[in-house]
Design a protein around this ligand. Structure first.
Ligand code: SAH
Length: 351
């Protein structure tokens, strides 16, 4: 059984033609799936029963069920566990900000990048999510909240650039005027730094915002945290980031998870500042460092530095003219980072 929501409008048109239907049916069906966000064929009231039955033989249209929803008392953040058609579960987050609703979605079930502090990667990669499954997370959160989503960050479980074709189809479809029509500027892709795909994303000019998980001021420290650093050195990753900026004009964010005793001392802040200022477009206007106090996971011994230490790290960057912020923690009372909710859900259901 395939997901009808994986099909772009042109594919639905081809499908209609192959079924002997008029091409305008494709737009009607696409609107049901991507604007009215239906979860069943029955709701498609202007489509004949025969056609619906025909489609249902090959394609499903259900949205993933929210099997757990946690709501933060502190800031209204909602964390969801969604069960996919094949039984796999993933997590997504809904965050109310002053400037609108932002959601964080997963791009894979699990992850094979192996970052040492990340819960999503502990059991490796189960499978890629399809474009329709990425869309469905957004659609289901919009339906359940009844509020229009304006920003999307792909920072949940998975490495989006390790699932390039589905990711880019997702970007095309979510920004399609026949769908939710979300501006590509309001979509952020976070990557651990898969160099060829950063360049490809730049060349194909999707116009999305890019965030690089940097986490260290040099290759040596980076390798202790991120296995991908063995494959691509900073001398390859940073030029790819410069290239992305040159091609798209989009300001790049560097994410830096601060881990006590690993990457948090003043010398490392100085080194990070030099590294960024040494880039062709380093400095205040073109990039931004987001310091993420590490979320300790029980499987690893990493600790979060105290607030003062992180602030002094931030001030060193700022003294060098680099914009730096400390990530505000959303939903701190309802389980921590990336992949942790899914793990605790799975552990609970195994008992
Ligand atoms: N694969 C993508 C998206 C991952 S999650 C990437 O690597 O960028 C988004 C961010 O959260 C990444 O910067 C990731 O390194 C970071 N992260 C994951 N687990 C974390 C934890 N326990 N504490 C702090 N940051 C974490």
């Amino acid at each position: 059984m395939e997901n009808l929501r994986d099909l772009e409008l042109d594919d639905v048109k081809k499908l209609m033609i192959s079924l002997g239907e008029k091409p305008f049916r494709a737009e009607q069906i696409y609107t049901w799936l991507h604007q009215k966000l239906v979860g069943s064929y029955e709701e498609m009231s202007n489509i004949s029963k025969t056609l619906r039955e025909h489609l249902a033989e090959q394609y499903f249209v259900s949205l993933p069920e929210a099997v757990q929803i946690l709501v933060s008392k502190l800031d209204g953040t909602r964390k969801y566990i969604f069960r996919m058609e094949d039984g796999n579960v993933i997590e997504s987050v809904w965050m109310p900000y002053q400037h609108g609703i932002s959601v964080c979605i997963s791009s894979q079930v699990g992850c094979r990048m192996g970052c040492r502090f990340c819960a999503s990667t502990l059991d490796g990669l189960a499978r890629n999510l399809s474009s329709g499954e990425m869309l469905s997370q957004v659609y289901q959160m919009q339906k359940l909240s009844g509020e229009r989503i304006s920003n999307i960050v792909i920072m949940g479980s998975g490495e989006p650039l390790d699932n390039y074709d589905n990711l880019t189809r997702f970007i095309r479809m979510i920004s399609d005027p026949h769908g939710l029509n979300i501006s590509r500027r309001n979509i952020t892709i976070s990557t651990c730094g898969i160099v060829p795909n950063i360049r490809r994303l730049a060349d194909e000019n999707y116009g999305v915002t890019l965030a690089l998980s940097l986490h260290a001021p040099n290759d040596e420290v980076r390798k202790t945290l991120m296995p991908i650093a063995n494959k691509y050195s900073l001398s390859e990753v940073l030029p790819a980031i410069e290239y992305y900026f040159e091609k798209t004009g989009r300001r790049v964010t560097f994410e830096y998870s601060v881990v006590e005793g690993v990457n948090d001392n003043a010398g490392e802040a100085e080194e990070l500042a030099r590294l960024i200022m040494g880039m062709k477009h380093g400095g205040r206007l073109q990039c931004h460092v987001n310091l993420i106090p590490v979320n300790p996971i029980k499987e690893r011994a990493w600790k979060r530095p105290d607030r003062k230490k992180i602030e002094s790290f931030q001030h060193i960057l700022e003294r060098h003219g680099i914009a730096a912020t400390i990530r505000r923690e959303m939903g701190a009372d309802i389980s921590g980072a990336c992949g942790q909710l899914r793990r605790s859900f799975l552990e609970d259901s195994e008992q």
